[in-house]
Write a protein that binds this ligand. Structure first.
Ligand code: NAP
Length: 292
């Protein structure tokens, strides 16, 4: 069975690499072709267009920035849905609003194909190791079909309801984590005058009830940035965190809810992006807050 990955950014490339490592026949397409070269060297075929990828693969996975990217990838003149795709299965793993997935599902189904949304928790490392946390939304039969692939990408796949449920859950699980980045920056500003070694400081913070699992995993990288050392390659950039926070606030607004804490965190990320920090890894956010 050939699996297509459309969108080989950080996450898409990690997912494609994982599927190659599991022995799958993988085909990729990316708007910026250079980002497929590492995967081609690892054995992936590279399609000339998204439409060709969809015509030659049984299952197509997309991992894209936002709703505009989904629009371009699926509905462009040479997009995923341009040709005959009846009987194929599309799995979108992007983090977007539930309405985006609902609209996409309708367009995919109108072409005679099946659709499952499965946004994921976890970043590039877990994607490479098949240890993501997936939130599937879709018809039971389609989700069962998607599991043949999802189970190799995720340590746990929760089928949480129809299309829209997965996107809702993903926004929900990301909310405390993303707000935490700003909370961490503020907490560090209180300890700054103590002059403690950043490695020790992160070790103490990670050993408390207020610490998310992320701090245990990424504490060393945060300490390194606080020491002014080189950081590891970007896995989640500040632009992406800001996009997710904005998506949460928009989604809440559409449901007549407010998210005051999230909205304020979004303003802090807006300021970081305005200051030119958007392409940096989110582990750098405390540095900016501390004025380093
Ligand atoms: N990074 C993470 O840790 C993480 C974790 C969980 C979920 N996610 C979610 O996964 C998705 C991808 O994130 P990422 O970190 O992999 O981002 P990324 O590295 O910036 O990749 C984004 C991908 O979307 C494509 N894209 C954007 N606009 C497009 C357009 N108009 N037409 C066609 N393709 C377009 C990009 O193509 P180009 O290369 O041509 O720009 C690239 O393949 C996002 O929804 C993000 O929220 C990320």
């Amino acid at each position: 069975m050939k699996i297509g990955i459309a969108g080989t950014g950080r996450m898409g490339a990690a997912v494609a690499g994982r599927l190659l490592s599991q022995g799958h026949e993988v085909m990729v397409w990316n708007r910026t072709r250079e980002k497929t070269s590492g995967l081609a060297a690892a054995g992936a075929a590279v399609a000339a267009t998204a439409s060709e990828l969809a015509s030659r693969c049984e299952i197509v996975i997309t991992l894209l920035t936002d709703a505009a990217a989904i629009d371009a990838m699926y509905h462009g003149a040479a997009g995923l849905l341009a040709g005959d795709v009846s009987g194929k299965l599309f799995i979108d793993m992007s983090t977007v609003r539930p309405e985006t997935e609902v609209a996409l599902a309708a367009k995919v189904r109108a072409k005679g194909a099946a659709f499952v949304e499965c946004p994921v928790g976890g970043t590039v490392g877990p994607a490479k190791e098949g240890r993501l946390l997936g939130f599937a939304g879709g018809e039971a039969d389609d989700v069962a079909r998607a599991r043949s692939v999802l189970d190799q990408l995720c340590r746990r796949v929760e089928h949480v309801g129809a299309v829209r449920a997965g996107a809702s859950m993903k926004l929900a699980i990301n909310l405390p984590l993303l707000v935490y980045w700003q909370a961490l920056a503020e907490a560090l500003s209180l300890c700054a005058p103590l002059g403690l070694d950043p490695v020790r400081l992160m070790d103490i913070l990670a050993d408390t009830s207020g610490a998310p699992n992320m701090l245990k995993v990424r504490g060393a990288s945060i300490a390194a940035t606080l020491q002014g050392k080189e950081t590891s390659p970007v896995t989640v950039d500040i632009d992406t965190v800001r996009k997710d926070l904005r998506t949460m606030v928009e989604e809440a607004g559409a449901r007549s809810r407010t998210l005051p804490l999230t909205a304020r965190a979004l303003e802090c990320f807006d300021e970081a992006v305005k200051d030119g920090w958007g392409a940096r890894d989110v582990t750098m956010l405390p540095m900016r807050w501390l004025g380093k």
